[in-house]
Design a protein around this ligand. Structure first.
Ligand code: ADP
Ligand code: NG1
Length: 460
């Protein structure tokens, strides 16, 4: 295995100067808590998705970049087979368990369950029957439930910790794949975007991430533009609501009904992307198929059963626990969003790579169309996200859209770099200054970002 396929293991003196103080502070806190020094640190970044929302789990490519905000774990292995988890944020309570035998709760997605997901994923993949015990202090700067992927940074950081502590060599691609699968232990049926960019990101580069097989290629972002993250100041935890899994189910049902209408073995076709491959059809053809197959109004459970020729019991067996109650499925609109968003990702990448004249406006238009589709067809926006993206446009952004899962969380805006200070001031006055809660800690809510590096291990 060539070394550049592995997560870099760096010396402590390679920690960026601006970050050194944080690691010194973590070391002190670790010693105060566990009475020994950490042996290594793992660091996993959050991400911002520039375009391609809610399509990774349908098999379509996406275009994210890693951000500077991250999860860092200070770690010391122990011989007692105990897992001891503490967090620098006192709202995340300490937790201890045997590292060989634990359960992951889907009912109450408390923070340590995400850590357990990462540990379990690696232990299972590597068939570790006696993983070393671990004492871990976690520190995070990714705003939680804000569409910047704090949960996956946590899962990936835990997975990396398990790998390094047990002296395993697992490639970045495998780590991304394992962590995408094991985050599903928490109950959400997400795709692989977050974990892939977490491991495969490189400083200065956005990535076009494709799945099956997983690969990441560089995207040259236009010069003289900056990406600004704007938090809408509303949170939405994926695992504690059913919105996310409901969309996954609607896409799957739309896929299977279209597959059946085309006489395919529909039970085997579960993702819209796979359906397109089976039909050897263009995206335009798929959009036409959606219009020809579905009415625009929602389908009831009974209607879905009729179209698939299954009983309600059979249909329920294919639903996740938290979607059993769903009675209405918006098949036309969800599928229309997926195919049109998949096409926008390809257009975005092409425009970036060709650096066409006037590309800023074209890219901005695609971002605005993506937001409109998320809002109107996928219904994963919220009033605050609509308001902040509109404030961004009025403040001169080329384009602005929600990023990540939505229903709250952050937007991302593309802005002329020379205009960033004016833009930030203008969005501040249009959106944040309206409300003291929005305005507090403003620098962590409204900030420019550049593509950051992927996950890394530092020796302590
Ligand atoms: P996101 O879009 O940020 O991934 P989710 O709602 O899926 O949001 O996951 C957020 C959850 O991740 C939080 O509720 C918490 O359990 C966990 N989490 C995020 N950041 C931290 C942190 N710094 N320390 C511990 N747990 C964290
Ligand atoms: P965030 O923004 O981290 O909640 C989620 C999914 C992604 C992707 C986006 C929507 C997980 C871990 N993450 O991201 O795979 O589907 O929503 O594009 O489920």
């Amino acid at each position: 295995m060539s070394t550049n396929t592995l997560v870099p293991v760096l010396e402590r003196n390679q920690i960026h100067a601006s970050m050194k103080e944080r690691y010194v502070d973590l070391t002190k806190k670790f010693e105060a808590h566990f009475g020994c020094k950490p042996v290594f640190f793992c660091r996993a970044p959050g991400r911002v998705n520039l375009i391609g929302e809610h399509i990774d789990y349908c098999g379509y490519s996406v275009l994210p970049m890693a951000i500077q905000q991250d999860i860092v774990m200070a770690v010391c292995p122990n011989q007692s087979q105990q897992l001891n988890l503490v967090n620098t944020n006192p709202t995340f309570k300490s937790f201890s368990t045997s590292i060989r035998n634990f359960t992951i709760s889907k009912e109450k997605p408390e923070w340590f369950n995400y850590v357990l997901c990462g540990l379990k994923g690696i232990a299972e993949f590597s068939k570790l029957d006696k993983p070393v015990g671990l004492s871990i202090l976690t520190d995070g700067t990714v705003p939680k439930s804000a569409g910047l992927s704090s949960s996956s940074a946590l899962v990936c950081c835990a997975g990396l910790t398990m790998m390094y502590a047990n002296d395993l060599n697992i490639s970045k691609l495998e780590l991304a794949d394992i962590c995408a699968k094991c985050e599903q232990y928490i109950g959400t049926e997400g795709g692989g975007m977050d974990q892939s960019i977490c491991f495969l990101a490189e400083a200065g580069k956005a990535k076009h991430i494709e799945f099956n097989p997983l690969r990441a290629t560089d995207v040259t972002l236009p010069s003289a533009v900056s990406f600004i993250i704007c938090n809408s100041c509303t949170e939405m935890n994926k695992a504690s609501t059913s919105h996310f899994n409901q969309r996954v189910v609607e896409d799957r049902l739309a896929c299977q009904i279209m597959a059946k209408s085309k006489n395919l073995d529909w039970k085997k076709v579960r993702r819209l992307g796979d359906l397109q491959v089976s039909l050897e059809c263009s995206i335009e053809g798929m959009l036409e198929l959606v219009d020809n197959t579905f009415k625009r109004t929602p389908y009831s459970k009974v209607e879905v059963c009729k179209l698939l020729d299954v009983s309600e019991q059979e249909l329920n067996a294919s639903l996740s626990d938290n979607t059993l109650h769903v009675q209405e499925f918006k098949l036309h609109d969800r599928a229309k969003h997926v195919f049109s968003e998949a096409s926008r990702v390809i257009q975005f990448k092409k425009i970036c790579n060709e650096a066409q004249d006037g590309c800023h406006k074209l890219l901005g238009d695609l971002m605005n169309q993506s937001h409109a589709s998320c809002r109107d067809l996928y219904e994963c926006s919220c009033p605050e996200l609509d308001e902040v993206t509109e404030a961004c446009r009025q403040a001169g952004a080329f384009g602005a859209r929600l990023t990540g899962a939505g229903w709250g969380g952050c937007a991302v805006a593309m802005v002329q770099t020379s205009d960033v200070p004016n833009f930030i001031q203008s969005v501040h006055s249009k959106f944040y200054s309206k409300d003291a809660k929005r305005e507090s800690n403003i620098d962590a809510k409204l900030f420019a970002t550049v593509p950051g590096r992927g996950a890394v291990v530092y020796k302590a």
